[in-house]
Design a binder for this molecule. Structure first.
Ligand SMILES: Cc1cc2nc3c(=O)[nH]c(=O)nc-3n(C[C@H](O)[C@H](O)[C@H](O)COP(=O)(O)OP(=O)(O)OC[C@H]3O[C@@H](n4cnc5c(N)ncnc54)[C@H](O)[C@@H]3O)c2cc1C
Ligand code: FES
Ligand code: FES
Length: 1317
């Protein structure tokens, strides 16, 4: 593939690997091709990970390196994304840049929709997208960044995050030209067929149709690779192998487009983007009534894949791939489209007989689809397409459909009806019986009522339907037909066939959700008047590596050039959840050319396990050799070791390159003996008492007694699913033995280099002083690169130790998701006692966290859960219990918030239940119970909630909560099928590690003779901007411009014994350490300054050197004396609290569960921000990650504990389509914090929980929907509130009908479409 060619052969490492399957956009490049026919050049973005190099004959590929760099000229796209603060960890940035760059090559003045479409196929896990969009928006004359028209109380205009005047102009003349030799080649050179022969396959690229037919006849099993978006992932992820591949991308006949009065005929090779553009043109050109099918296709094409996929995926490929949930096939089939197939004399109707099974059509292996004919619609014929997917864009649909009806002229009598669904069977399926039951009847209430019943009977999914969601899918089949029904009723009314149009309320079913992004606002305080212009503290300074990240020059771990003799390591993991390993047979693996060794636990020279919170965890499945028998059996290891989850690391294969190691790993044969009774859920763990101990409990007041005195008691529960870190850079490391004195250099992407260093040293049985860990930057971590990274580093080091060669380990996305665990899923139960006036008097909360198969940090997570269960509320009698459940799932680990997002969701859900019980808004209950004055928490920690209340009040005011609440109520009155909901959520978040010793930090600052300064500190740069902030600190303390200061990599040889960059404490701790070192140095220079007060920094430094004053200093920060005594149930576990509040409003489509966040306002108290752009970046990024956690990200396991969701195709993180349409962030003014550097506050984690405002807003909307069904009072909505859960909770007549479908008597009650109900 082009990606490995670029990265490994050409050493162009700006293009990144994020998933390898076309789902993340990190590998985006621009492909340009000359079109001899039109003499134009076509530019399109594409995913290099799916682009076969053999297909690129005659094409020019532009990578991020090709458009600009820091040595010559940075391209405006690179500059603007960087300056708008759109690059945090930067791993996604080159891909974003290339998507935007390609758009500008095609349209230098794009509009907002162009921009969001162009970025739709690119994922970012850090920024929350708003700053990326803002940077891109500067190219659009129509778009406006920020809002300046707010009531301005400042004397001067409010400070902006970046200066739009200070941007390079876009000058298309500076762009690379298309290589003239390629034009000449295309014009002059005859096209000849090509053949590439690889190690295991042959690639043939014919140029004529005859040749193609011949090839296909001789090799009927060879696939035709067009866009490679189906075949590529099949080869990569499913192990498909094709000895011969035919690539007909140069066969002209496959790209011809013919327009006739009857319709349009697309060559099967036309890309979906080309089809989309042509259909868009046709829709403008020809009368509307003829374009019903075209518009339906456009409806689907708008949401199918991302732009990069649509640019290469072919229309023929989509049809022949015959995905069960193809978006186009139901429309083609319902729309009477036909295929022109080579070798068949007649056209083939694309109907139910064509799709015969999963990925199968009725085409014979040697048949080739030449073209697809799409007819114009006839008079009286109407067509619609609908889809519902786990994410609004770039996600395969759960259910997708094409529906076509033709009425007898002048009447509502149905002449033809054709309905096809995707997602409800092994292939595109026809609702033939339903259609037959309707044809000949009037399109009215009774007919459709019968149709729903028939449809339910006809589309009946088995409980084991692949992908599950059976109830939801069945509901969708009905509700999508209902939408079609309403659209047709409206049409019939427009045609004067029926008298009554849809009422306003009912037509809400067919009105799309809002999607237009609005200008957003980021408000922060300007620096104090009089602050020196050279002092960068408090200013929105760009991330110091943003430009290098945007140009692709920034070096991540896997970008380090290959070392001499380097090997690649691939892990072999268990396929059983709970088993004894009987044999590990590595003989075949060792026979693979290039495979050098297989590492098992017996190769570990030192400690074979890691001990965390007192519990041991194997590095590799322990391999206890039986009676030395292994020595006799060549390469067969007899052992009795246990594996306790699918994904448990058993051994590792090292080979000359990754491909060989992977092939070897696939050939390691493990014989298992399954053990009885694996435990997967917390319920099973509770039943079997499978826990990691100790359990934790904390109580304030007397909960049991208090329950006797309250007006109401309510018990409820909520489940919160886990969350995959989905850092864009997967776990990566290179371990290099120096060859002498047992020294190892470890280049690693991790948050805690010292822990990696110690772990490696213990595993190898050598002192820590021989291992140096180097972290230049981390492409996102979010808690997932602490313990898990260290264990993988231990294994990689054993391999390097044993072979004496450098070893690289970079996990593929699927491996990473399988092995490294996630956020702990939690079951939370509450019993709450409250008064009629809303006061909560007693609460008893139980938390069960699913830890997986090892303890990892789970015991610390369950402690943090209890420390935060009060959130912002003073509950006089409060008890919490938490337990870490030991299960046979992959071990879960730290994730941004470390249990707090789980803890507080349960608390807020309890508040919500109280409100629903009392029939009031949850905000009222929140206000009644909030901490109001200086108080003690349940662990007796004194604090002043003044700023919590200020955030709450300001949030309500800025969001215009009161009047919008009324509008929401009014909206809900007027709309039957769309509901709006609002929620305002507060947060009080404790900063620092509750183990005091983890709060220390150190730094090392050197001043060189030329005056330049080098700073090392213990924090790792993961996108959170710590290096930028450290540069600001050093600049202020040394009184020199930031440009003189360089922050070097984090290196355990420079700064030893560092603490993890976590707990939102990195800047607090390291900032103080850097400050300390700089203060020491500044004081040392005092004599020379006094000697020469008029001197400059450079002259003072030179004098100091001559006077033998040391220009190097270490800085140290001891940290706060924090502790938590669980025996006494009291402590001082935090340095201070960060406060905030967030108000979100959503609109929900009750029929599909789809939703849109209409607006979010966040007010955060982060003291005096050291860098408002970095801090706002953390706020927005964390919020969107929280939105993902609570509304869309869902880890799915098979009943036997196999993780299904192993890539962006199955696991959906928020994309640009998910950001709130209006997203305002305000930093609380006038806040001080005596406990942290420069009065700032930690902000990395707190805001993630505020994403739950979207969850509770959805729940609020669902509550309104349930009222329509006569249901009031508390109800359970588990997290994430996916479209599935949301739709089913709305309890529409359709979901009810599906639930009742076993009771035929009740099938007749149907919604009345033409009246408000
Ligand atoms: C990240 C991602 C997201 C996606 N999202 C969606 C989505 O939302 N909705 C959706 O419907 N699809 C989606 N897809 C699927 C995508 O649309 C199809 O994979 C694509 O259309 C297949 O076209 P291709 O040219 O890439 O096929 P290839 O992979 O090149 O080929 C696929 C198959 O078609 C056969 N074939 C190709 N052309 C011909 C021909 N002319 N005659 C006979 N056989 C032929 C090949 O032999 C092969 O078996 C997604 C795919 C990816 C990777
Ligand atoms: S790496 Fe290519 S799309 Fe993810
Ligand atoms: S900046 Fe986008 S993934 Fe980190």
């Amino acid at each position: 593939m082009l990606l490995s060619y670029l990265r490994e052969r050409l050493r162009l490492t700006g293009t990144k690997y994020g998933c390898g399957g076309g789902g993340c956009g990190a590998c985006t490049v621009m492909v340009s091709r000359y079109q001899p026919g039109t003499k134009t050049i076509l530019h399109y973005s594409a995913n290099a990970c799916l682009l076969p190099v053999c297909q690129l004959q005659g094409a020019a590929v532009t990578t991020v390196e090709g458009i600009g760099n820091t040595k010559t000229r940075v391209h405006p796209v690179q500059e603007r994304i960087a300056k708008a603060h759109g690059s945090q960890c930067g791993f996604c940035t080159p891909g974003m840049v290339m998507s935007m760059y390609t758009l500008l090559r095609n349209k230098p003045q794009p509009n907002m929709e162009d921009i969001t479409v162009a970025l739709g196929g690119n994922l970012c896990r850090c920024t929350g997208y708003r700053p990326i969009v803002d940077g891109c928006k500067t190219f659009s004359p129509m778009c406006f960044v920020g809002t300046h028209d707010i009531d301005c109380v400042f004397q001067e205009p409010p400070p902006q995050l970046f200066d739009q005047e200070d941007l390079l102009p876009l000058d298309p003349t500076q762009d690379l030209i298309f290589p003239p030799e390629l034009i000449l080649m295309a014009e002059m050179e005859p096209q000849v067929s090509q053949l590439f022969r690889g190690e295991r396959m042959v690639w043939v690229s014919p140029v004529s149709l005859e040749e193609l037919i011949q090839l296909k006849t001789s090799h009927p099993q060879a696939p035709l690779v067009m866009g490679n978006t189906n075949i590529g992932p099949d080869i990569k992820f499913k192990g498909a192998w094709h000895p011969i591949i035919i690539s007909p991308t140069r066969v002209q006949e496959l790209f011809e487009v013919t327009k006739t009065p009857q319709g349009v005929c697309f060559g099967a090779g036309c890309s979906l983007s080309v089809v989309k553009a042509l259909l868009e043109g046709l829709v403008q050109e020809i009368p509307e009534e003829k374009t019903e099918i075209y518009r339906s296709l456009l409806q689907q094409l708008g949401n199918l894949g991302g732009q990069q996929i649509r640019n290469v995926a072919s229309i023929g490929g989509n049809i022949v791939s015959a995905y069960p949930n193809s978006d186009l096939n139901p429309v083609f089939a319902a729309g009477n489209c036909t295929l022109n197939v080579v070798s068949k004399s007649e056209e083939i109707l694309l109907n139910k007989d064509f799709f015969v099974g999963f990925g199968k059509t009725s085409l014979k292996p040697d048949e080739i689809v030449l073209s697809v004919f799409i007819p114009v619609s006839r008079q009286g014929e109407f067509m619609r397409a609908f889809r519902q997917a786990p994410r609004k864009e770039n996600a395969l649909a759960t259910v997708t459909t094409g529906m076509r009806v033709m009425f007898i002229e002048g009447s509502s009598v149905v002449k033809e009806l054709s309905i096809y669904y995707g997602g409800v069977g092994p292939c595109t399926v026809s609702a033939t019986k339903t259609c037959a039951a309707v044809i000949g009847r009037k399109w009215d209430e009774q007919t459709l009522s019968d149709a729903y019943t028939q449809l339910l009977d006809e589309i009946s999914l088995s409980p084991s339907h692949p992908g599950g969601q059976v109830e939801f899918r069945r509901s969708l089949t009905l509700s999508l037909l209902f939408k079609f029904n309403l659209q047709m009723l409206h049409k019939l009314w427009e045609m004067n066939v029926i008298q009554e149009d849809l009422s306003e309320g009912v037509s809400s079913a067919i009105r799309p959700l809002p999607k237009q992004l609005q200008p957003s606002l980021q408000e922060f305080q300007a620096v104090v008047k009089g602050q020196s212009g050279d002092d960068p503290v408090g200013r929105p300074i760009m991330h110091r590596s943003a430009i290098s990240q945007a140009t692709g020059e920034a070096v991540y771990c896997d970008d380090i050039p290959k070392m001499d003799g380097e090997l690649h390591l691939v892990l072999v993991t268990s396929t059983r959840p709970h088993a004894k390993i009987l044999d590990i047979d590595i003989s075949e693996a060792l026979r693979v050319p290039g495979v050098v060794d297989v590492i098992t636990s017996k190769d570990i020279p030192g400690k074979k396990f890691r001990t965390f919170t007192g519990i041991d965890e194997d590095i590799l499945a322990q391999n206890e050799v039986l009676d030395g028998r292994v020595a006799d059996i060549n390469y067969v290891h007899k052992c009795y070791c246990q594996v306790s989850c699918v994904g448990h690391m058993v051994c590792a294969v090292v080979a000359d390159n990754r491909k060989q190691a992977k092939r070897g790993a696939a050939l390691v044969k493990i014989a298992y003996e399954d053990q009885p009774g694996p435990v997967f859920t917390v319920e099973e763990a509770i039943e079997k008492q499978s826990f990691f101990l100790p359990q934790r409990m904390i109580e304030r007041g007397n909960v049991d007694e208090a329950f006797d005195k309250v007006d109401h008691i309510y018990e409820g529960e909520i489940r919160l699913g886990g969350q995959e870190h989905f850092y864009m850079e997967t776990q990566s490391m290179v371990v290099v033995p120096s060859g002498e004195e047992r020294e190892l250099k470890v280049y690693i992407s991790c948050q805690h280099p010292t822990y990696a260093q110690e772990s490696i040293a213990e595993t190898l049985g050598i002192p820590s002083n021989r291992v140096s860990c180097h972290v230049k930057r981390v492409g996102g971590a979010f808690g997932g690169k602490v313990t898990k990274t260290s264990i993988i580093a231990c294994i990689t080091s054993v391999a390097a130790w044993k072979t004496g060669r450098a070893v690289r380990c970079v996990l593929e996305r699927g491996e990473d998701m399988l092995i490294t665990g996630a956020r702990h899923p939690v079951l939370g139960k509450h019993k709450v006692g409250f008064m009629n006036d809303g006061r909560i008097i007693a609460a008893d909360l139980h938390y069960y966290a699913n830890s997986g198969n090892t303890a990892d940090e789970s015991l610390l997570v369950i402690e943090k859960i209890l420390l935060h269960l009060d959130n912002a509320y003073k509950v006089p009698n409060l008890r919490g219990r938490s337990v870490a459940c030991k299960t046979n799932l992959p071990s879960n680990t730290a994730f941004r918030g470390f249990g707090v997002p789980q803890s507080m969701l349960v608390t807020e859900n309890m508040i919500n239940d109280v409100a629903m019980k009392l029939g009031c808004n949850a905000e009222e209950i929140r206000e009644i119970n909030m901490y109001k004055e200086v108080s003690l928490t349940h662990y007796k920690f004194e604090f002043d909630p003044k700023n919590l209340l200020r955030c709450w009040d300001e949030c309500k005011e800025k969001s215009d909560y009161g009047s919008r609440r009324k509008s929401v109520a009014q909206f809900n009155q007027q709309n039957r099928w769309k509901k709006r909901g609002m929620a305002t959520i507060p947060i009080k978040y404790g900063i620092a590690f509750s183990d005091g010793f983890l709060n220390q930090a150190a730094s090392l600052v050197h001043i060189y003779k030329d005056g330049s300064v080098l700073v090392s500190h213990g924090g790792t740069e993961m996108g959170q901007g710590i290096h930028t902030k450290m540069q600001q600190v050093a600049s202020r303390e040394l009184h020199i411009p930031a440009s003189l200061i360089h922050i070097t990599e984090t290196n355990t040889s420079a700064v030893p014994n560092t603490c993890p960059s976590a707990a939102s404490f990195g800047t607090d701790a390291n900032g103080m350490a850097v400050k300390d070192a700089c203060e020491i140095l500044y004081q040392r220079l005092e004599p020379v300054r006094k000697q020469n007060p008029e001197g400059t920094w450079q002259t003072w430094v030179t004098s100091a050197f001559i006077q033998r004053i040391s220009l190097s200093a270490t800085g140290y920060y001891r940290g706060h004396d924090l502790y938590m005594d669980w025996e006494k149930q009291e402590g001082q576990p935090y340095a201070y609290f960060t406060y905030g509040a967030c108000c979100s409003e959503v609109e929900v489509d009750c029929l599909t569960g789809d939703y849109r966040t209409v607006r979010t306002d966040i007010v955060m108290d982060i003291g005096r921000s050291i860098n408002p752009s970095v801090d706002i970046g953390q706020i927005e990024g964390a919020f969107i990650q929280g939105l993902g956690l609570y509304t869309m990200e869902e880890l799915k396991f098979s009943p036997s504990g196999v993780l299904y969701t192993r890539g962006p195709s199955q696991y959906k993180i928020p994309a640009v389509c998910d950001i709130p349409l209006q997203f305002n962030v305000y930093l609380l003014s006038g806040s001080d914090n005596p406990h942290a550097i420069y009065s700032s506050k930690g902000i990395g984690e707190p805001v993630l929980f505020l994403g739950s405002s979207v969850f509770f807003a959805i729940k609020d909307a669902v509550a309104a929907a349930r009222v329509e069904a006569g249901m009031v009072g508390p109800f359970t909505l588990n997290s994430p509130a996916t479209p599935e859960r949301t739709c089913l909770a709305c309890n529409t007549p359709f979901t009810q009908k599906v639930r009742r479908c076993h009771q035929p008597a009740s099938l007749n009650s149907l919604p009345t479409p033409t009246h408000n109900s």
